[in-house]
Design a protein around this ligand. Structure first.
Ligand SMILES: [Zn+2]
Length: 235
């Protein structure tokens, strides 16, 4: 029998290793600029004053006022839509495409894609891609993971299919509560090549349109133009 202190030391070391593994996994799941397979983009290197506005989720019935705002500022944006939502609101998807914006894939059912089989990932990605094509979008389809989470099977599948993972470098909705704070965070935080994440679709605050307009206005005044993610990457 080993002395007690040696058994305790061993137990402590095992616990430490488990903790480090858990932290590592947590970091990997949420990392915005690293994944195990393929590229991942959270901003674009450019000297030009250009940024990409990206809207996650939906479409959910309020696409029209968003499109009107974008057109007022001659801005293009990228809508990462949920397949099941697009299926029931195909006309909104078509409106986005007709207005010259980008449609991106945000999975079919918006569940966290962690520890899922390849067949599950394939269904989530391909069903949504088919619907995006049905909406008339002809450009390259990028993917944004639901909740920004990914570990193994998702990046593996996307890399194999040559589909890009697009994250973000500014997420004012996550850290701020009021419209003014969100606008300030985006306008002051943006730099050439930024990718800004907003959630105007299920608008719990009733202020997301105001936030979009504040960002469009503030950054336009600084000389910025708003491009789709695909356009931004060609800068
Ligand atoms: Zn989402």
């Amino acid at each position: 029998m080993r002395p007690l202190w040696r058994r305790l030391l061993l137990l402590g070391m095992v616990l430490l290793v488990i903790l480090l593994l858990l932290f590592g996994l947590q970091w990997l799941m949420n990392a915005r600029s690293f994944q195990l397979f393929g590229g991942i983009t959270n901003h674009v290197e450019t000297g030009d004053k250009v940024v990409a506005l990206t809207f996650d989720d939906g479409p959910s019935g309020n696409v029209e006022p968003i499109l009107q705002l974008l057109s007022k500022y001659d801005a293009k944006a990228t809508f990462f839509v949920i397949g099941s939502e697009l299926k029931s609101r195909m006309e909104e998807g078509r409106m986005i495409v007709r207005a010259g914006h980008q449609l991106g894939n945000h999975s079919y059912s918006h569940e966290r894609i962690l520890f899922k089989s390849r067949a599950y990932v394939e269904r989530e990605v391909e069903q949504t891609n088919d619907l995006i094509r049905e909406a008339g979008y002809l450009g390259e389809i990028d993917f944004r993971p639901p909740y920004g989470k990914k570990i193994y099977s998702l990046p593996h599948y996307l890399h194999e299919q040559g589909i890009q993972t697009i994250m973000w470098d500014l997420e004012p909705d996550t850290f701020y509560a009021t419209a003014q704070e969100k606008i300030k965070a985006a306008v002051e935080g943006a730099h050439p090549g930024s990718i800004i994440l907003l959630h105007p679709m299920y608008d719990k605050t009733g202020q997301e349109l105001q936030v979009i307009e504040g960002i469009l206005d503030g950054l336009t005044r600084q000389g910025y133009r708003f491009l789709t993610v695909n356009e931004l990457q060609k800068q």
